[in-house]
Each structure stands twice: as structure tokens, then as C-alpha cells.
Design a protein around this ligand. Sequence first.
Ligand SMILES: NC(=O)CCC(=O)C(=O)O
Length: 261
Amino acid sequence: MKLKTAIIQMDIAYGHPEENYKRAEGWLQKAANEGCQLAVLPELWTTGYDLTRLDEIADREASQTIAFLSEQAKKHQMHLIGGSVANETANGVENTLLVINKQGELLKKYSKLHLFRLMEEEKFLKAGEGDGLFTLENAQMAAFICYDIRFPEWLRKHVLSGANVLFIPAEWPLARTDHWRTLLIARAIENQSYVVGCNRSGEDPKNKFAGHSMIIDPWGEIIAEAGEEEELLIGEIDLAKVPEIRERIPVFEDRRVEFYR
Ligand SMILES: NC(=O)CCC(=O)C(=O)O
């Protein structure tokens, strides 16, 4: 199965959800015009990191964003890894990723497991407690959010459950571009899986962001990589490559878990 995939490396209007819905609508139209079957949005794309105003701008139960993405998915017949949003729940505000299929159905909500202190997430957000697994087009996939990629054991747990396409929406600062690129490539090589990292571009009052979204194949080869600026990045995910690579180097057969359980 092959999936023509669009990464929407957009700039985000700080604290302005209505403006960001408009921007995302424009980018999704462009992805549809290019014949993409799946599109990925960045982390916290409706609000950016305007965390001190979450009481005004968070999306209650992510309902407005789910309605928006569902309509867009149906209109363009495109699966959406709908980035993440500030999701106001009874538990507090979570940083929640949404997966919507092309029929407009919500397949998955995943709330960021590891909160990132350098951007004060722990002061304003509640950490999630669920996994990132979902099935799309009969293939098992998983999604994570930004800082989560620094925890290889978390991604590996999903790969051992069968996921072999790993999506990572992010707001990763320019100051650590090398970490972003290196960690994404490493996660692809060690898990012999596709890695699709969707970062934002632009800046907010505290950070300039790296861009450099990437699609990396299970051998670790970069299929597509964006620059720092806004861009619609397109590449193909070919699931047949996964068993091919796992046969070439049978890492999963060679594990000796009795020594490192
Ligand atoms: N939004 C984030 O989780 C940023 C993570 C990050 O910058 C890092 O270095 O890790």
C-alpha cells in the first residue's frame, strides 16, 4: 500500500484559533490539489504555545477542531493526522492529537505523554495516559507529539504492538534543529519504520521554530525534507518497504529481551 502524504509545515498565528483554521483550510486545499491521500498538521496548531490564555482559547473536548477536520477530511477524501490542539477536558487542558479518516470519523485521540518543561507545559497542561496506536487503510500506525521522540522506549512499545508508520507533529525550536533531525532518523532506523515528522515554521514571543519536517523510510533514508520556511512537503509512504528492510537486517528476530526487559 502506498500513501501520498502531505506534511503541512505552516506558521501558526499565536493565540488565534480562527485565523489558524483559515490557514489550515488553505493548506489542506493545496494538499488535495496535489492528489495527497493523507495530510499531517503540526503540534498545537490552533493556538501555538499561548499557554497563559488557555482558559479563553483551548478547545473544549477538541470539539471545534474535530468538526473542522472531519469536514475537511470528507471534502477532500483525505486521511488527517490532525496535529494536536489544546484540548480542555474535565481533567484539565491536554495537548491532544487527533486522527480522522477520509470518511470524517475520529479514529484516535492521543494526549502528549511527556510534558516539556523548557516550554512550561507542566505548568499549564495535563499529561496524557493513553497510547498512540491506530489503524488506517488496514495498516497499524502510531502517533506521538514532539518531545515524546526523546523517549525511544515509548515508540518501541508501539512498534512491538505492530505499528510501522510513526507520526510526530511538533513545535520544535530552531535552537535544537540537530536534535530534531537526528532523533527522527534514529527512531526510523532503530524501529525499521516510517517516521513522518511535521514541525511548524515561524516564531512566537519565545522561540523561533526549526521547520525541517521530514519523511524518513525504514532504512533511515530521507524521502522528503523541508527547509525552515512554510512549505507543503510531499512524499510517498510505501508499506512494502517495511518487511523488505526487516528481512535485510532482522533486528526484531535478533532481540535478546531476557537481558534487557
Ligand atoms: N514542543 C516540544 O515538545 C518541544 C520539544 C523540544 O524542543 C525538545 O528539545 O525536546
